[in-house]
Design a protein around this ligand. Sequence first.
Ligand code: AMP
Length: 413
Amino acid sequence: MNFAELELDQVILEAVDALGYEKPTVIQSLAIPPALEGKDILASAATGTGKTAAFVLPAVQHLLDFPRHKASNGVRILVLSPTRELAEQTYKVVKKIAEFTELSTAIITGGINYGKHKEISNGSVDILVATPGRLLEYIDNETFDCRDIEWLVLDEADRMLDMGFGAMMERISDEAFNRKQTLLFSATLASAGVTRFARTVLKDPVELNAQSPRREKAKIHQWIHLADDKSHKMSLLMHWLNQDDVTKTVVFVKTRERVNELSGQLTSLGIECCWLQGEMPQDKRQKAIKAFISGYKKVLVATDVAARGLDVADVSHVINFDMPRTADVYLHRIGRTGRAGKKGTAISLVEAHDMLVTAKIERFVGEKLPRRVVEGLAPKNKEAKIPLKKPKNKTRKLVRKKQQVKRQKKLKK
Ligand code: AMP
């Protein structure tokens, strides 16, 4: 399929051309036709699949097909993003796709001066990209009106739920009660939270699966190194960062403190790196991301929260210095590499206490991750065995028995 077959306007096709997209990605060819037919969409598409254009392209087409009524001047398409970074990246795509149209676009996120957003509520913005927290502030103090919203797009809805934005999304969805369509994108639809939430905001949606974890895995070369402790992980990390083909790497750690610690250690070992952490001022974040994108710094150390939405086209490696807590986050992390059809590598450094989540990840991707050993850096310890869970009813019986004994003791007293 090519873009022309999707019946997009010439001004959109020109923008697509300028972006260098030759043909639609899977999620784009799946999502654009039903979106233009007026259907609600529930799509599973991780970052890197072209999901942003999958909703921006039909959104712009919708606005061209149905010009604004003279009486209305509110936002017509609202895109909610979990983080500032993702909102900014999405906004860039929106601007590029709407470049040759007369449509007006805007962005609202936290960390920005309130005054800057004033013009948004005054002017007639067609497409707004926003993070839920700041937008809700404006809704609550009545400087933002949702009545003209026709499309509500919930991007990375799973992340927003993980970040505790569920109630905010529901509020915004209720405020946008006049809308005609809702499009929900999530890295996975496997989570019960997402499907439950989807039922509350979507009406009879078309369900789309752009990629299964297995397909994602196919273009990302993954393996794990068993590690004895933190210093062993450090040696393994240094080994990989010193390889010639490791050109642009995101190193994931579990906490903000760990970001500071590891980036300090890497710098002292002569590895030029930049870092992202949750509570960094906006200008510093931008600077770090720029240094990484431009290749000025080839290593980025980050937590999951800080790296959400990070869209860098040519990340060669993702290294899990600390393992994530869930399989879902693992998939999200490794999706930073192997983007837009390029090859990528994901290396995980696994300590004994990470074996449980590793097993979960393996179940999720449907395969055992290969164990690799670097010469001279073999682990001293054997692979840790995962403790088997007791069957639930057995546990319940045990609890009941204990309670019985307790009661009997009490009675005897
Ligand atoms: P996304 O999943 O929206 O974060 O997009 C991932 C990357 O794919 C971005 O760098 C996009 O610019 C790129 N991209 C999106 N659509 C296409 C396309 N049809 N052809 C080539 N690259 C694309």
